[in-house]
Design a protein around this ligand. Sequence first.
Ligand code: PHB
Ligand code: FE
Length: 324
Amino acid sequence: MMATQSAGKVNDYGYRSFELGGFKFERDEYFAHITWPAGSHSMPVDLFLRAMIRDLAWSFFYGTVNFDSVFGTTNHYGNVDVFAGLYSDGYRKHNRHRVENFKSDDVKAIFEAILEDWTNERFDPFAAPQETGSAFGPKRGSNRAAITRKRLTARRMVGMKDDIPLRTDATGYTVNRQLADVNQDEPEVHAEPGFESEVHAFNFFGYVSRSDVTWNPSVCAAVKDALICATTEEYMLPVIHGNDRVEWFVQLSDQIEWDVSDRETGEMRARVVMKAGDVAAMPADIRHQGYSPKRSILLVWENNDPSLPELYAKGQLKSNPVDF
Ligand code: PHB
Ligand code: FE
């Protein structure tokens, strides 16, 4: 289907409206409003923009990114389903849901335009609520610096030659206010001659304590499809992630509580309280959302193998990797 974008009409609050297939997007001072032929939905605009920036930064991520219980996207890696009510029984039973498939680039273009137009100056959708200005009110400038941050993805490992650099005060990555007690010493590496490009180490906690974003895993080390991602978490994950593969979590500091539900129906399945040192394998058939009362450090181990979603969908792999 063709993706379209309305011709720059500005509403009373200063914001433009957008169209993507049969979906219309409008914002006012507090809400994002989404309408489609059989229904409509509203969500707080700060939450909408926090979800939108992550959906874009992660190129639609693994599986489903629910902005909330109604609206979201499902990644088919090249094309994307945009849906409303698809994973809510009530909408489906009454045939009020909608799902449309688009080329990923078409969704990206519209979502980027919405994010740019609807993000006010001083609102940073990646920042913790206590570290950003307000998303609300009539249109007030823009915040391009915040919304065009590059996602940091190491090819081999942070700090190696020709790879992404360590974070330092000099490059603008200061230690976060809540991780001030993290030791910042770097390890000494003494490689045998000839192995200088093969042996490497860096202070992982120090690196992560300097993250200026929340709920945004960045790849710190990669071995084939195994990606070691680190992230600092504060307040709540602004999306409800519907996994299409298993994800391993290692809680490295403080505490996160996870609501874990059935991916399709949203029916609650478990509440997982992870304290520093805890390890969890999130199954491949769930949706989950995390809550971090204080800034915490989470390591996420992802397997990027593109054949995994089909193996799980066909039941050739069990959705839980361990039985207890
Ligand atoms: C996840 O959905 O698994 C997820 C997303 C973002 C994070 C952590 C976990 O920061
Ligand atoms: Fe997840």
